[in-house]
Design a protein around this ligand. Structure first.
Ligand code: URA
Length: 278
């Protein structure tokens, strides 16, 4: 679909609606930025995170001074840095600090806040969703919007609340306009959430929805076939954590008839936790 011509004042309302429908529902800065102009302000000096590139670069490929080089386009090098940083973290707080100071993922430049986790890190139950949405980005906490309210009700249905559960996401920054994270953004985030799970060491892990199930159980099978069956998440250290894949609360808000399936999955979780002394 072609956007309405922005040069015609009469089109402005239509143009805003076009962008809102496409998911661009809030301004990222107070003033508009012409990204094409930024190419003129070029940085000749390589930064610590931006190795010098040998040979002369064509002008249009040089990076603008105002854009942090590491965040401009993530690459496999950033995924390697993420793996090293995550491995080094010895505590959940170390990991939080490492993520807070990591500049290798472009999602950080558009997010308002890092969304690390909520709940009790000593809980026997850990739940992992996909990525923060608008409300989570504003508050810096996972699952605080409509899906989060439903998740709280699902936990309450098995007698738990956030003092007895720990909640995080695969991706710790909101993708702009709630778009799907790219494979590289997921690859960069992966070591952090894997180390997060390893450090929390829950008795039971619940993956909420397709992306976190596929990533953490290393499967290509869809959530409808995976849900309701126990599987194992294997940590980097080789420990197996009992994992229940279930439907994402956002999906359940759109498909309330499927809540009964999630209810069954949560009953399984309740029984397993009871066996683990909860
Ligand atoms: N959906 C998610 O997957 N995570 C959140 O934190 C909120 C909505």
């Amino acid at each position: 679909m072609v956007p309405p011509d922005p040069n015609q004042a009469s089109n402005l309302e239509e143009l805003l609606r076009f962008y809102a429908d496409a998911g661009y529902d809030e301004p990222l800065t107070e003033t508009p930025v012409n990204r094409f102009d930024e190419r003129v302000a070029l940085s000749p000096t390589p930064t610590a995170t931006q190795p010098a590139i040998s040979g002369s670069q064509p002008k249009h490929e040089q990076r603008p001074a105002r854009v942090p080089a590491a965040a401009a386009v993530p690459d496999e090098q950033q995924a390697m840095r993420a793996r090293a940083l995550a491995r080094e973290a010895q505590t959940i707080e170390d990991l939080h600090q490492a993520l807070a100071s990591f500049d290798g993922c472009n999602l950080k430049t558009t997010a308002k806040n890092l969304v690390f986790a909520d709940g009790n890190p000593a809980a026997k139950l850990m739940l992992v969703g996909e990525a923060p949405g608008r409300d989570e980005d504003i508050q810096g906490l996972p699952f605080v919007g409509r899906s989060g309210q439903l998740l709280d009700r699902m936990l309450a249905a098995i007698g738990l609340d956030r003092t007895a559960a720990y909640i995080s996401n695969v991706i710790p920054w909101r993708p702009p306009g709630n778009r799907d994270p790219s494979p590289l953004e997921t690859e960069i985030s992966r070591p952090f959430i894997e180390r997060h799970i390893e450090l929390v060491d829950p008795a039971v892990l619940v993956t909420l929805g397709n992306p976190s199930t596929k990533l953490l159980l290393q499967t290509q099978t869809g959530i409808m076939r995976m849900r309701g069956k126990w599987a194992d998440h294997t940590t980097a250290g080789g420990k197996q954590i009992a994992t229940m894949p279930t439907l994402h609360p956002a999906y359940l808000l759109r498909n309330p008839a499927h809540k009964k399936l999630a209810w069954r999955d949560f009953l399984e979780v309740k029984m397993r936790l009871r066996g683990a002394g909860n």
